[in-house]
Write a protein that binds this ligand. Structure first.
Ligand SMILES: C[S@@+](CC[C@H](N)C(=O)[O-])C[C@H]1O[C@@H](n2cnc3c(N)ncnc32)[C@H](O)[C@@H]1O
Length: 275
């Protein structure tokens, strides 16, 4: 990454404060679909001490609490934390940065992070922090989106910007959004941080939408980087992008809904025992 990581971090934080009120309606019906696989991969069961990093509105934390885990949810957006507390008053939520966790070493049996690694200025730091706060033999599981050719909800927005707008508007530069969609990259970063038993697999999700405009609406209101890219387009370009995305979604009509492929990549690993 050539940009300033602090500038990107602040850009993301401001973006999530803004997106928090729309995020649940925009994406939660999709991101909740990886939760069981994520918690299974982290071996979450009654009594597991679990940290849900970048908890957002607390979907994963709530599902883990329902399994009988003792959960802490953490997020750097105060608005997200307020929303998580409102939805799940019995769960502990803390304000904090995934890249500098406010916990002692060896504090958790499992750490999870659903769809946040791709938003971080320093993903390696977040992986190292997860390793530090896990006990030995503790489990780490995290998801990102598959690449834009497969996660076509994102792919069609990016293609529409290329075709009808300007993909090169000046925005704080962060790590590539789809960097961890490649299993080898995930394996490399987890292995360099000291994890073992690394597994990476694809979860074949489809985004069920009631309207052909729902992808454009979700991405422009409930996200950060692509939302900023769209805000920076001219009104004429934006109208053309919106129409192109609508046509793209219409190609996935199924009965009275639209089923847009949005596979996720799930990685899991173990903090190895001392040898
Ligand atoms: C795409 S949302 C995912 C929310 C939730 N995990 C889910 O599955 O629905 C990304 C979340 O990551 C949080 N986030 C991004 N960067 C962060 C950081 N450096 N530290 C803590 N939270 C962060 C955002 O505030 C947002 O709530």
């Amino acid at each position: 990454m050539t940009g300033d990581p602090n500038a990107f971090h602040e850009f993301e934080r401001a973006g999530w404060e803004r997106a928090s009120e729309h995020y649940s309606d925009a994406f939660a019906s999709l991101t909740i679909r990886t939760v069981d696989a994520l918690l299974d991969a982290a071996h979450v069961s009654p009594g597991t001490r679990l940290l849900d990093v970048a908890t957002g509105p607390g979907l994963v934390a709530a599902a883990a609490a329902a399994r009988g885990a003792t959960v802490v949810g953490l997020d750097f957006s105060r608005a997200m934390i307020a929303e998580a507390r409102r939805r799940h008053p019995s769960i502990v939520f803390r304000d904090g940065d995934a890249q500098a966790l406010p916990f002692d070493a060896d504090s958790f049996d499992a750490v999870v992070m659903n769809f946040a690694l791709l938003h971080l200025a320093r993903p390696e730091a977040a992986v190292a922090e997860a390793h530090r706060v896990l006990r030995r033999r503790g489990r780490y599981a995290l998801t990102v989106w598959a690449g834009p050719e497969q996660a076509v909800g994102f792919g069609m927005v990016l293609e529409a910007v290329k075709a009808h707008g300007n993909p090169n508007v000046p925005l704080p530069e962060g790590p590539p959004f789809f960097r961890f969609s490649a299993a080898e990259e995930f394996e490399k970063v987890l292995s360099r941080a000291g994890f073992s038993e690394i597994e990476v697999r694809t979860l074949p999700l489809r985004w069920r939408l009631g309207s052909a405009d729902a992808v454009f609406e979700a991405v422009s209101r409930g996200g950060v980087r692509t939302a900023a890219l769209l805000r920076a387009q001219t009104p004429e370009a934006l109208a053309a992008i919106r129409a192109a995305v609508r046509r793209g979604v219409e190609a996935y009509a199924k009965g009275d809904a639209f089923l847009v492929p949005m596979p996720a990549v799930l990685a899991s690993a173990t903090r190895p025992p001392l040898t």
